[in-house]
Design a protein around this ligand. Structure first.
Ligand code: GNR
Ligand code: NI
Length: 181
């Protein structure tokens, strides 16, 4: 098991379209375990592989509350096969856009088809927070981010803020490298 670094906005890898998993082998099982550990440690309620810089169609989720037992869920090659007409608004956040939260409207219920750890095809019908998280994660597999659902003004503002923060971190790292050299 390993905690993997989570990439952040404006890392261009977040915009990649992830590749389907052809075979669930030991490497994929290890990735699923590492992603769960990384999600719990963050902590978050979902994680897509591209957030740990792996462009594969793999997501994990656990929407159990802190006082409830863990319910780790893993989804390989997930697809939304049905979405309700009814919509729901949730305040969303993203581990790749830390400490920024905004309301997003999405279908209230979805049916998702996926492969489990044993490569069996499964379907799950989700509502509430899990429905939102599954849609948020499946967006990541297409290079999407929840900020894409906001107004252009809000999105541009947050991209600018994270671009500036990344620039400042890289400048500080260069100073650090200089004093250590
Ligand atoms: O931890 C997370 N919380 C969250 C809250 C509302 C809607 C979606 C999410 S997913 C997010 C973790 C994450 O970035 N997954 O990609
Ligand atoms: Ni996210």
């Amino acid at each position: 098991m390993a905690i993997l670094p989570i990439i952040r906005l404006p890392d261009p890898r977040l915009r990649l379209v992830s590749e389907p998993v052809a075979r669930i082998d030991g490497e994929i099982l290890q990735l699923l375990d590492d992603m769960l550990e990384t999600m719990y440690e963050a902590p978050g309620v979902g994680l897509a592989a591209i957030q740990v810089a792996v462009a594969k169609r793999v997501i994990v989720a656990d929407t159990a509350r802190g006082d409830e037992p863990k319910t780790p869920l893993v989804f390989v090659n997930p697809e939304i096969v049905w979405a309700s007409e009814e919509l729901n608004v949730y305040q969303e956040g993203c581990l790749s856009v830390p400490e920024y939260y905004e309301d997003v409207e999405r279908p209230a219920r979805v049916r998702v088809r996926f492969l489990d750890r044993e490569a069996r095809t499964q379907e799950i019908e989700a509502d509430g927070l899990l429905a939102t998280v599954l849609q948020h994660e499946i967006d990541h597999l297409e290079g999407g981010l929840f900020i894409d659902h906001l107004s252009r003004l809000k999105r541009e503002r947050v991209v600018k803020k994270f671009t500036k923060a990344a620039r400042e971190r890289s400048a500080a790292a260069q100073v650090q490298d200089r004093v250590e050299a």
